[in-house]
Design a protein around this ligand. Structure first.
Ligand SMILES: Nc1ncnc2c1ncn2[C@@H]1O[C@H](COP(=O)(O)OP(=O)(O)OP(=O)(O)O)[C@@H](O)[C@H]1O
Length: 248
């Protein structure tokens, strides 16, 4: 379980986050939405232990976050810079397994399994620069999942992809969330995306000193589907509620 208690962050004199209190149960897919510059990335970096907690506290499974938590993985928007171009796709995916002490053959098999899982069977011997942007982001997701994280943080992961690829990856995310089951904190600018992928959407106010202005459970009927779900009256009304909160 991820817990934020009265979290506050500032850069020098500039307050960014104020009094953020949030409990994210295991296995939940939480979307964080808010205007540009409100502190979404700051929030993710703090949970990831990449920057120290200012005020309040952050804990994962009851342990205060003081560095990068165990069993944490992060996917950023900028897949072009997050993969190593000199390594093959398989080597990129297998990289986190080195620290786990797995042998070479095991690392290769696990990486291939994950590549298959994200829809890239047979791409392991290629290099990231030989793949499209959407395929590279699939590789980044495979690498994030290969160590079976219990907490996955995603910062605008589909922000620079075209609409069709983005929808495909949203569906992939829903699928891996269902099967692999990590807790996911997913930051996005896109209100529709947040309602489509989220179990819950939290909206931050515009800065300075952003706080939570909406915490909305997303209970949509049936299995989510890009055409049907987005046409449901429930979807339209949830999207409107999030939209109103984002616009203040
Ligand atoms: N390292 C830093 N030093 C100083 N100020 C920073 C730093 N990182 C972010 N900021 C400022 O803190 C505020 C929040 O930035 P952050 O990137 O967390 O927002 P965001 O909601 O993720 O923005 P966007 O949606 O545009 O990516 C902004 O005003 C930004 O300029």
């Amino acid at each position: 379980m991820l817990r934020l208690d009265s979290l506050g962050q500032r850069y020098g004199d500039h307050p960014v986050l104020h009094d953020i209190t949030l409990t994210v149960p295991d296995g939940q897919l939480l979307c964080v939405v808010g205007p540009s510059g409100c502190g979404k990335s700051t929030l993710l970096r703090t949970i990831a232990g990449l920057q120290p907690v200012g005020e309040g506290s952050v804990s994962v499974d009851g342990e205060p976050v003081t560095g990068v938590p165990d069993r944490l993985a992060v996917v950023f928007q900028d897949y072009g810079r997050s993969l190593f171009p000199w390594l093959s796709v398989r080597e990129n995916v297998a990289l986190p397994l080195r620290r786990r002490g797995l042998g070479r053959a095991e690392r290769r098999d696990e990486a291939e399994r994950m590549l298959e899982r994200v829809g890239l069977p047979g791409a392991g011997r290629r290099h990231p620069w030989q793949l499209s942007g959407g395929m590279q982001q699939r590789v980044a997701i495979a690498r994030a999942l290969v160590c079976r994280p219990s907490l996955l943080l995603m910062d605008e992961p589909f922000g620079s992809l075209d609409a069709q690829t983005r929808e495909d990856l949203e569906d992939l995310l829903l699928e891996v969330h269902q099967t692999e089951g990590p807790t996911i904190v997913f930051v996005t600018h896109d209100i529709d995306e947040s309602v489509y992928v989220g179990d819950r959407v939290v909206v931050l106010s515009s800065g300075p000193a952003s706080r939570i202005v909406l915490d909305l459970p997303i209970a949509l009927p049936g299995k989510r589907d890009q055409i049907t779900t987005r046409g449901l009256p429930e979807f339209v009304s949830l999207r409107a509620e999030v939209g109103r909160a984002v616009r203040g």
